[in-house]
Ligand binder design. Sequence first.
Ligand SMILES: C[S@@+](CC[C@H](N)C(=O)[O-])C[C@H]1O[C@@H](n2cnc3c(N)ncnc32)[C@H](O)[C@@H]1O
Length: 408
Amino acid sequence: MKSIDVLAVETLLADRIGLDPSTLPRGMLPRAIRVRMDEAKLGDIAAYARRLAESESELLALTEEIVVPESWFFRDERPFTWLRDQIAARWLAQPALPSLRLLSLPCSSGEEPYSIAMTLRRAGLTSSRFIIDAVDVSARRLELARAGIYTANAFRGPAAAATEGFFRPNPNGFEIDPAIRALARFHQANVLDPDLLRGAQPYHVVFCRNLLIYLGETARARVEATLDRLVEPEGWLVLGHADRLGTGGRISRFKLDGEPGCFTYRRASPTPAAPANRHHARPRPALQPPVSPPRPLATPGPERTESLLAQAESLANQKRYPEAIAACDRLIRVKGPTAPAYHLLGTIHQAQGDPARAEDCFRKTVYLDPHHELALLSLALLAERKGDPTAAAGFRRRAKRRHAADTT
Ligand SMILES: C[S@@+](CC[C@H](N)C(=O)[O-])C[C@H]1O[C@@H](n2cnc3c(N)ncnc32)[C@H](O)[C@@H]1O
């Protein structure tokens, strides 16, 4: 049973940074607490829980120990091709449009905002026509972002080819072109802060990827309220595969709008009769062409969900991989992220020779089902191939525990 003090720490983390402790790998939080207790020279956890409740800097220090900072350039690829197409259809085609405003929230060590910058640069949008803001709670990750030096781990899979020409070798890895580095403005802030970027003009596009998956439901609803404030009317929100909005009991203003695998949502304008509740009430030029009405989203019953998964499996078995991926994406869109859907996606990416995407999907599978034996074994194999026997052994141990539990 958990001690009341560990529960107190978990509750504080959930309330202040939104973290759902059940998303953390087993043993991570107790280890992090131990590190911080040693650092703060506190001998018992009750005293540590009190310190945490009183001290913002201690909360940030513990946060540094437990955030999942995983990020890489052109992660998932499709959001960036979607962005490139939006720029071509709108900002390049219509020079009178206001400057494009983009936000990467959270940005971790900068891979996402710099991928956005490279996309804009390659599309030919001049730097006077856009701004990129990037926010993260972790001071350590932001320091890395500002330094702009990356190891090979930040370049994964075929999509990393898009970084070509923007890096030069450095004794510690690869250094980003200073002209790209200058295009992103980094800010340290907590996404749960109700005053986050208060006073900033809303953004045309907000990337909020691979954060919501770690948050509890209440925190997700709080983040959605902030996103509602930060995204322009008719602007876009880009989520990650496994992220879900928390509606907090109200109808979300964000409606899916985009190609499969892209997870872009469009913010609906407030109805004309509704009182203006945004701090930016001045009229803005509409983005052309006019918005098409959001596609209605079918909510399938259990049998429909089953049949979508079966359909995706059958397509994968026939090696019709792009169609199988589209079927999985559709399943995730209508049903939300599930371990079977991500496991199948991972298997398909593996069959297609894309280990980076496969690993991403298997990791999501085990976030959703920490005991998924097949996903754990696949992760072990991928880790071995990457020359990381320690990680491989860890995954195998977890899979074995599951196997033992199933057979006793
Ligand atoms: C997995 S990374 C995602 C980075 C990037 N968006 C991507 O998809 O590659 C998650 C990041 O969320 C940040 N984070 C976690 N909780 C946060 C909070 N309450 N406010 C701001 N950032 C937070 C972490 O510091 C970490 O860098």
